[in-house]
Every structure is written in C-alpha cells, then in structure tokens.
Design a protein around this ligand. Structure first.
Ligand SMILES: [Zn+2]
Length: 447
C-alpha cells in the first residue's frame, strides 16, 4: 500500500490520503506529547527517529505491526515498538467503537510509551508503572469511573491477563499519578529505570489513598519534578563524563568558586559565557541562590539542558547568543566562563575582554575557568600526554576519547601569562591566576 509521508523532528509519519485532513492534528499531538514527557522526566538521551504509521485499515495495521491475523483482536488499535522504532495506530476512520478524540488519546498513549522506552526496556518495567504513565498522560483515567470502595490492589495487576481483567487499565493511571504526587517524578523515573524497587515506597493503604485523592483532585494534576532532584538527575547524566575529562574537577569548579565567593559581596547579576549545560552556574548558584543569573551559549541544545537544570527557578535565565559577537543587555557584577573562551583566537579574546570590562562596575569580577597551554612547547607536550593517560585510566570509552581528540582540534589555547597580559591591557586593576592544575587554570580579573 502506498502511503504519504510527513516529518517532524523525531517522527516520520506515514498516512493515507483519506486521513490527510487530520494530519496536522495528529502531528501536533505527537510533538507536544513527546516533548512534554521528555521534559517532565528529563529524558535527554537522543532516541533517534521513529516511524509512525497511521494505518488506514485493519489489514495494514496487522501488516505494519507485524502481528499475525490470528492474534489480532478488535481492541488492538495502537502499538508502540521501541526496538523497531515504529508506532502503528489504526486510523479513527477504521475504528467503529471509538470517537476520534478517543483515538487521539490512543496516539498520546503510544507516544508516551515510546518516549519512556528510552529509559528502560518496557518488558522489564512493572506493568502498572509502564501502562499507568501512558494512561495518565493520555487522560484515559476518568475520575468518574474510579470507585473508592471497589479498586484493585497492585499485587492483583501483575501479568497481562490479570492486569486487564482486574481493572488495570482503569486504575494504573491513578496509582502512577499518586505515586508521583507523593514521591516525586524523580523517584518514579528511578523506579522506571529499575534503579529502585517500587516496593520500597508502597504501603498497605497506598491504593485506597490514591483513589480518594484522585477523585478529590479532579483534573488539577500535573507531574512535578523537585528542583534538587532535577539537579541530581542532570548531574547523573551529564556531569559524570565531565568529571572524567577534568581530572581536577572538584578543586577546579567547586573549591575555586568557594574561594572567590567567600571574598565578595553577593552579586546582583551574574553572567555565564558559554554556559553549556549550566554546570559552572550551578556552582555559583549554590553560593548565591538569590543573584540573577544569565546563561548564554551559542548551542541551544546544551542550553536546553541548562534550562532543565534550573527549571522552576525564576532568577535564572538562558539566552541563545554568540558572546564573541555581542553580550546580553544590561550590566553585570560578575561575569564567569568555563572551558569556552579557549575556542576563540587571541584577537577575538582581546575584543571579548574589552567588552566584558565595559559591562562591569568598578570592583566587578571577571572569572575565567579555562584550558591553557603551557607557554613553552616542551611542557605543553608533558601536559597533553599526561592528560591523555589520565583519560584512558578514568574509565572513558575509546569512542569518548576519540571524540575528545576531535574536539581538541578546535582548541585555541593561549598561556595563562598571555591571557593575564591581555586582561591587564584592558585596564583590569587586579589580575591573578588563583588556581592551576596543568592545563586547567582559573583567572580572576577585578575591575
Ligand atoms: Zn499501553
């Protein structure tokens, strides 16, 4: 059968001409659901691209899902197969006993499965957890069908048959909602990933409380991620490798920031140049949680992660911007940067430092945590070869190291001496390298 195609960032959609008029609605539902689930659970692994088949009839549904005719039953209207990167939904036109709106919920349901599947193999996840999250997001759990007296206990929802027979499809969404409400999205994510057991959190009255709360709460239900958990999850996913690439990580980021912070007044505004995933700002934020932060980076994907790291904190702002060309509006008391400026050549560095100087008040601070060459080629070779040997010992994979070597080709390191010289030329009053470990140094310049 010949189907038309249409693309979104993560989905290639196959549809029949007869379904063309619902295409935009379907696409919108797919996109918003996928984005929301990934956002709520901080799912940042790139899962690649999926094929989404809006199947015009039952035969094509059977064909594209790879089911056999004998096994097909008429309640089967949607299917998500993460391993084959494929979703199949029966066109609402071909489904008799469900409205279009109900079929849209089926689409949302399957998209939730596909999005969550990048966290864990769905077959390894407890059924009420895997189904519950899909039912919850799809709005397939209706408060009016929930009984406060006659509800299934979770231990009766194990195994596909019991799950269906005992009301799993009606109640799993309720239980997942309450679990997240009570223990947080981060714990739910950990349980989903198999990092923790749900049994550690459950207790005898859990189901009863869940149905009562669910009915009381009506439609005001939102998945909320706790801020501290947010930081930790991001750290688990992103900062682990950073620590391996920077052998002196703790002294470099944390202790140096503490040293500086303990000697200055609380800044009104802090600017982070080349903020990336917000790691440096995170250390500054710990010292000055009331300051206003502006994080700029040219890479919007990285900045999105920073956005997640600081989600819900309204004194932290992210802005996609090429700081080698311009700085964000307004003045700043402190301007910081980590492992970014060494991608500029000396000319661009000098221009940047002059602009930075112009943004600071007298007494204002510029702090550059960066990567520097040794100043003489022999010692630079020492540093480089020793660094590489440290990476090999740190548990990084060969491909991590190969990528690192590729990235290193973009480096335009100058020496600490050259950079402190440039900063003095900009008329910074005090310029001092306050931390140094081989190639990693931190320079503080006071206006
Ligand atoms: Zn499902």
């Amino acid at each position: 059968m010949k189907l038309n195609t249409s693309e979104t960032a993560n989905f290639r959609i196959f549809y029949d001409e007869a379904d063309a008029e619902m295409l935009e609605t379907v696409k919108e539902r797919i996109k918003t659901t996928y984005t929301k689930v990934r956002h709520d659970f901080l799912i940042t692994q790139d899962a690649g691209k999926f094929d989404f088949f809006l199947c015009p009839d039952v035969d094509s549904f059977i064909e594209y899902t790879g089911k056999s005719k004998e096994n097909y039953q008429d309640w089967m209207v949607g299917n998500a197969d993460y391993k084959r990167k494929r979703l199949c939904i029966l066109s609402p036109r071909a489904v008799r006993d469900r409205s279009s709106e109900e079929m849209m919920k089926v689409i949302v349901h399957e998209i939730v499965h596909i999005a969550m599947d990048s966290l864990a193999d769905a077959d390894e996840v407890e059924l009420w957890i895997a189904e519950g999250i899909a039912l919850l997001y799809a709005g397939q759990t209706e408060p009016e069908y929930i009984s406060e007296t006659d509800f299934p206990k979770l231990n009766s929802l194990i195994g596909e048959e019991d799950f269906a027979d005992n009301g799993g499809y009606d109640y799993a969404g309720v239980y997942v909602w309450y679990f997240i409400e009570k223990f947080g999205a981060d714990i739910f994510k950990r349980v989903y990933m198999g990092l923790e057991q749900s049994g550690k959190y459950l207790y005898p009255e859990f189901e009863e409380e869940a149905v009562k709360e669910f009915r009381k709460r009506g439609n005001e239900k939102e998945v909320k991620m706790d801020i501290k958990a947010q930081f930790n999850l991001i750290a688990e996913e992103y900062d682990v490798n950073r620590k391996k690439f920077i052998p002196c990580f703790n002294d470099y980021y944390e202790n140096t920031t503490r040293l500086i912070a303990s000697n200055i007044a609380e800044p009104g505004r802090i600017l982070d140049l080349g903020a990336g995933t917000g790691l440096l700002s995170y250390f500054w934020y710990q010292q000055f949680p009331s300051s206003e932060f502006v994080l700029v980076d040219i890479a919007d994907e990285m900045l999105n992660i920073a956005g997640k790291r600081f989600k819900g904190i309204d004194n932290v702002h992210c802005q996609v911007l090429d700081y080698s060309k311009e700085l964000p509006a307004g003045d700043f008391d402190v301007i910081v940067s980590a492992l970014s400026i060494h991608h500029l050549d000396d000319d661009e560095k000098a221009k940047l430092f002059a602009r930075v100087y112009g943004k600071l008040p007298t007494g204002g601070l510029f702090v550059n945590y960066d990567q520097f060459c040794a100043g003489c080629p022999e010692m630079n070779d020492w540093y480089d070869s020793y660094w590489e040997s440290q990476l090999t010992d740190s548990g990084l994979t060969d491909s991590d190291i190969a990528l690192w070597k590729e990235r290193r080709k973009l480096d335009k390191e100058c020496s600490v001496e050259a950079e402190t010289g440039m900063l003095r030329e900009c008329k910074f009053k005090t310029v001092k390298c306050v931390y140094s470990y081989h190639k990693f140094s931190v320079i503080v310049a006071v206006k």
